[in-house]
Design a protein around this ligand. Sequence first.
Ligand SMILES: NC(=O)c1ccc[n+]([C@@H]2O[C@H](COP(=O)([O-])OP(=O)(O)OC[C@H]3O[C@@H](n4cnc5c(N)ncnc54)[C@H](OP(=O)(O)O)[C@@H]3O)[C@@H](O)[C@H]2O)c1
Length: 243
Amino acid sequence: MERILIIGATSDMGQAFAQACALQGSSIMLAARNGDVLDRMAKDLRARTQVAVSTHAFDALDMEQHEVFYQDLPERPDGVICFVGLLGDAAACQQSFEVARRVLDTNLTGVVSILDLVANEFEKRGRGWIVGVSSVAGDRGRAPRYHYGCAKAGLNAYLSGLRQRLFKSGVFVMNVKPGYCRTKMVAGWNLPNTMTSEPEEVARVILKGIHRKQETLYVRWMWRWIMWLIRVLPECIFKRLKI
Ligand SMILES: NC(=O)c1ccc[n+]([C@@H]2O[C@H](COP(=O)([O-])OP(=O)(O)OC[C@H]3O[C@@H](n4cnc5c(N)ncnc54)[C@H](OP(=O)(O)O)[C@@H]3O)[C@@H](O)[C@H]2O)c1
């Protein structure tokens, strides 16, 4: 039986992923900052399945506590996935570095801080998997929400480097770029159905991706090609577009 640590477990994707893991019989450690939601999730998972579920307080911004958090887990995980993310208010980010820093630290520095600890342990042990949930926003910086995009671009580079470093130790690293997904992060957005997944679909695709050892995962196939096109657009055209 696999032991899975889900960081940012109260995210809509994290909740769907926890359920999918429990249904396949994995024991689960749920980590997030909202204890009440975690307790509700754990109760629900225990009622529906026989798997062991524990809950743990985790704040991505409280980086000094990450080592204690990780060492205090009741079991050593076989796999770790991080869903933590903050879209933030783009206009506010442009006006205030304090706001921008929160977006940068939540999406990048805080994630690197915890995944480095996981990576060092998994490397010594010579097995395990690490999944970071990034975004297509990191594939090319665009005017709407480029602070979020730059943090996710940093996360893409981090996961790529981590994968190369850990390859020889037998540790697998995956980068998930969900594209649009109907969660509270994008509540109220008018999203095209064909390009938008549900959290349950994301969970299913990630589990399949881990099994198949897919390194970079776009949840819906068209996002790979859309982002390829956006990446290859010459700057002289790209800077004039509203995308
Ligand atoms: N939805 C999309 O269309 C979309 C597209 C591309 C990428 N993503 C990425 O997918 C991941 C999951 O997001 P989601 O769509 O499921 O949205 P979500 O439900 O809003 O999840 C974001 C999660 O991040 C957590 N978080 C924020 N700041 C934190 C901090 N300081 N410490 C610990 N946790 C913190 C939130 O915790 P609380 O529950 O305590 O607020 C929340 O659970 C994120 O990384 C997001 O960037 C989403």
